[in-house]
Design a protein around this ligand. Structure first.
Ligand code: BTN
Length: 255
């Protein structure tokens, strides 16, 4: 039955009960020419992937594990900002679903009470000149209890259920896809500037003291801004120098 209120997102979709990784499956479909907005969704990933070659815990029916295929015409250099866009859209969707306490930890984690609720993995294929496709993979913990998480995640992970918010997964998916589609259309027509401003509003990293673990040296500083490319601007505590922190190069945590 049609529960979707979107125009394009999820209008073409593949539901698989169990798969290695929806990002992997979405890439395969994208290579075959599947249209923009195609969604791949599963109950369980047996090899869910996270950033920095980490895994992503994706137990059966306990979350929303899905990927969306995008074919934007903006230049490839903008592609990483899709992750910021997704984070903003998800915060809006979560508010609509009754979870009002979520914030964005730079660059792309959605946190509640210091614990991670969501992971986003954006992958691009194309050339220096043009994007062929982007696969935006999103994992949201919905009904897991803390005891369901592997031991090493029990102190750092959370879910809607753990935060005391009951949601129907199908309804949540509809709200989320609608918010993602709206935000995506906005960046396609107006660019990323207003989305970056919204990102700042929802950020839990900005205006905080942070530790930057950069290759070669760690330092403490104050996160003062987000630049137009989505880099974090940090003023060092030791020498007052302003550093531009590029996602992927570093990990960052509250002091
Ligand atoms: C991270 O925080 O490291 C990103 C995790 C991304 C997980 C999602 S779940 C759906 C999609 N398929 C994957 O294999 N990964 C992403």
């Amino acid at each position: 039955e049609d529960i979707l209120t979107t125009e394009t997102f999820g209008r073409t979709y593949e539901y698989i009960e169990r798969t290695e990784s929806t990002n992997r499956e979405a890439r395969r479909l994208a290579e075959e020419g599947t249209p923009e907005g195609t969604v791949v969704i599963t109950e369980e990933q047996v090899a869910g992937r996270g950033r920095l070659n980490r895994g992503w815990f994706s137990p059966y029916a306990k979350g929303l594990w899905f990927s969306v295929v995008l074919r934007p015409t903006f230049p490839p250099i903008e592609a990483p900002k899709c992750t910021l866009m997704a984070a903003v859209a998800l915060i809006k969707a979560f508010r609509e679903l009754g979870l009002t306490t979520a914030g964005i930890k730079w660059p792309n984690d959605i946190m509640v009470h210091g614990r991670k609720l969501v992971g986003i993995l954006t992958e691009m294929s194309g050339s220096m000149e043009a994007i062929d496709y982007i696969v935006m993979g999103i994992g949201i913990n919905i009904s897991s209890q803390l005891k369901d998480f592997p031991e090493e995640l029990q102190s750092i992970g959370t879910s809607f259920a753990v935060e005391g918010v009951q949601v129907d997964r199908r309804h949540a998916l509809d709200v989320i896809l609608r918010c993602l589609e709206t935000q995506y259309k906005k960046v396609c027509t107006e660019g990323f500037d207003s989305t970056l401003e919204e990102w700042k509003l929802y950020s839990i990293t900005l205006n905080k003291d942070v530790t930057v673990k950069a290759p070669g040296e760690d330092y403490i500083g104050h996160a003062v801004d987000l630049d137009r490319d989505g880099n974090l601007i940090v003023e060092r505590a030791d020498n007052g120098q302003v550093e531009r922190v590029v996602a992927g190069d570093v990990s960052i945590r509250p002091v």
